[in-house]
Design a protein around this ligand. Structure first.
Ligand SMILES: [Ca+2]
Ligand SMILES: [Ca+2]
Ligand SMILES: [Ca+2]
Length: 233
């Protein structure tokens, strides 16, 4: 079966729903912290001295910045890490509750370096040309690799919590207590351990996604299948 659209109907639908996208160019330099780690390779195709063309994670237990030199150093690569599709270094989450997401770099031990979102130069066509104010390392990590780390506002106060997902899908949370001020240090937040807040649903860490799906501003626990995309909430 194929879907067809009457040209007039399609035009009306487009006018009613399509957003207008205005390119904002590069909005963050990366600050020299290292490469992002969206994993784009099929680990089954790798050999011990691999011929990887995509980005991948080396030394997941290391807090060292991931550099290009480390990327091409095959001897230091942990092939197992390639199976973690969410092992990205870069996250965006609002830490201070002002509605603007901060730029967060997660190192190999789960530590977090934050950059406060100061907004753009106007509220018009340049609104997403964000200025970022370095906040330094705001969380030391819990000693696990970065594929364990999620961010989401669990209590609806607008500030994202640091969320640690265990290999069995259970979740530990660290409550975001806010920063020392509402100005230049607003994203230097402190965190209070909450212990295990979810036991999981029998699906592993890589399937766990944190997102608010019912609009109550509190993040929900989702387990999304990697094979067919089906999702449990
Ligand atoms: Ca913010
Ligand atoms: Ca919160
Ligand atoms: Ca929710």
């Amino acid at each position: 079966m194929s879907l067809t659209f009457h040209p007039v109907c399609w035009r009306i639908a487009s006018l009613a729903h399509d957003p207008t996208w205005i390119s904002q160019g590069q909005i963050a330099s990366g600050a020299g912290l290292g490469a992002n780690l969206w994993l784009t390779v099929d680990y089954l195709t790798l050999t011990p001295h691999n011929k990887i063309s995509g980005l991948y994670d080396c030394e997941p237990s290391s807090a060292d910045p991931l550099t290009q030199a480390l990327l091409i150093s095959a001897n230091k690569c942990d092939i197992a890490e390639l199976t973690h599709p969410l092992s990205t270094t870069i996250h965006f989450a609002d830490l201070n509750g002002d509605g603007r997401t901060e730029y967060l770099y997660v190192d190999g031990s789960g530590g977090v370096t934050a950059f406060l979102n100061l907004g753009g130069p106007d509220n018009g066509p340049n609104a997403a040309r964000i200025s970022w104010l370095p906040q330094g390392v705001i969380a030391s990590g819990v000693g696990a690799n970065r594929s364990s780390v999620r961010f989401g506002d669990l209590n609806g106060d607008g500030r994202a919590e640091y969320i640690y997902v265990n290999t069995d899908g259970s979740v530990e949370a660290y409550l975001n207590l806010g920063g020392p001020d509402n100005g230049a240090n607003a994203a230097k937040v402190s965190c209070l351990p909450q212990g295990t807040i979810a036991t999981g649903v029998g699906q592993g860490r890589d399937n766990v996604v944190v997102a608010d799906i019912n609009g109550d501003r509190r993040a929900d626990y989702l387990a999304s299948s990697r094979t067919d995309g089906s999702t449990m909430a």
